[in-house]
Design a protein around this ligand. Structure first.
Ligand SMILES: Nc1ncnc2c1ncn2[C@@H]1O[C@H](COP(=O)(O)OP(=O)(O)O)[C@@H](O)[C@H]1O
Ligand SMILES: [Mg+2]
Length: 253
C-alpha cells in the first residue's frame, strides 16, 4: 500500500473550461522523495493542492495509507492535515508580518501540541531553529527583517515542529540565490536522511529535482508525460519534452 496515491485525477476549474490536470496518476511510498517537474502552468501546484487535500479533483481519487481522502472522518482528516505539511515559494506569505518569528513558530505548536507547556515549547523551538542553522536571536525579529533564505528556514522549522510524515515542497527554493538554494536543498536532504520524512518535491528545475528525488514525474499541459528513476534520467528519458528539459539544464551549466 502506498503512503499517498492519486488515481486518474482530472481538475477543471471552470465549467466547460480546460482541464488543468488530465488523468494524472502518481504514488508516493513511505520514505521516498518524488519529484514533479514541468514548465510554469503545467499543473504542478494544482496537483500539489489536491494531494494535500487543499483542493478537490473534478474526478479521480486520492488515497492516504490506502483510504480515500473523501472517506476520512473529521478526526482522521485533521490527522492527515497535520501529517502533510507544505513549504511554498514565498515563506513570508504565510507569516504575519507583525509577529516575531518566535510567535510565528509558537502559534501552530499551541494549537497542535497541547501537551507542551510554555517552557517546553521554547526549548523545542530553539532546538529546531538551531538545527536548521539559524541563531536563536533571530526569533525576536519579524519575517520582513530576515533574508529570504532565513525566512525559508523558519518556514521549514514551522513545518518540522508538527512532525509531518510528508512534506510537499512547491518551488520552495525558486526565488532564492543559487548558493542559498543549495544550502536549503542540503538541509532538506539531511532532514530526509535523519527523520525519514517523505517528500513531494515540485520544481520547474529538472536538475534540482534530480538531485533531491528518487523518482521523477514529468508534467506537460496537465498530463504526466514520463516517470523515471532519478539515476536513469539522463540515460533513459524517452519523451521529447523530458529531453528538452534536460537539454535546458545542460545549457545552463
Ligand atoms: N484557481 C484557479 N482557477 C482557475 N485556473 C487555475 C486556478 N489555479 C490554476 N489554474 C490554471 O491551471 C493551470 C495550471 O496551473 P498551476 O497548477 O498553478 O501550474 P504550475 O504550478 O505548474 O505553474 C494554469 O493554466 C493556471 O492558470
Ligand atoms: Mg506552481
Amino acid at each position: 500500500m502506498s503512503l499517498l496515491e492519486c488515481g486518474k485525477i482530472t481538475r477543471i476549474f471552470q465549467p466547460g473550461g480546460f482541464a488543468a490536470l488530465k488523468d494524472v496518476s502518481i504514488r508516493l511510498e513511505a520514505g521516498e522523495a518524488v519529484g514533479i517537474v514541468g514548465e510554469s502552468g503545467s499543473g504542478k501546484s494544482t496537483l500539489a493542492n489536491i494531494i494535500g487535500g487543499l483542493d478537490e479533483p473534478t474526478s479521480g481519487s486520492v488515497s492516504y495509507r490506502g483510504r480515500l481522502l473523501s472517506s476520512l472522518s473529521r478526526e482522521e482528516r485533521k490527522a492527515f492535515r497535520r501529517d502533510v505539511q507544505y513549504i511554498f515559494q514565498d515563506p513570508r506569505a504565510s507569516m504575519n508580518p507583525f509577529f516575531s518569528l518566535y510567535r510565528v513558530l509558537e502559534e501552530p505548536l499551541i494549537i497542535n501540541r497541547r501537551d507542551l507547556g510554555r517552557q517546553e515549547r521554547r526549548s523545542l523551538i530553539e532546538r529546531t531553529v538551531t538545527k536548521l542553522g539559524l541563531e536563536k536571536d533571530i526569533l525576536t525579529r519579524t519575517a520582513k527583517e530576515v533574508s529570504g533564505g532565513q525566512a525559508q528556514r523558519i518556514a521549514i522549522a514551522r513545518c518540522l515542529l508538527l512532525q509531518p510524515g510528508i512534506i510537499i515542497a512547491d518551488e520552495c527554493v525558486s526565488s532564492l540565490d543559487l548558493s542559498v538554494q543549495a544550502q536549503i536543498i542540503n538541509t532538506l536532504r539531511a532532514i530526509r536522511h535523519e527523520l525519514g520524512t517523505s517528500f513531494i518535491f515540485i520544481s520547474h528545475d529538472i536538475e534540482l529535482v534530480r538531485y533531491f528525488c528518487d523518482r521523477i514525474y514529468v508534467m506537460l499541459h496537465g498530463r504526466i508525460v514520463e516517470t523515471l528513476d532519478s539515476d536513469k534520467l539522463f540515460t533513459q528519458a524517452q519523451s521529447d519534452y523530458t529531453r528538452l528539459l534536460i537539454g535546458d539544464s545542460y545549457d545552463r551549466t
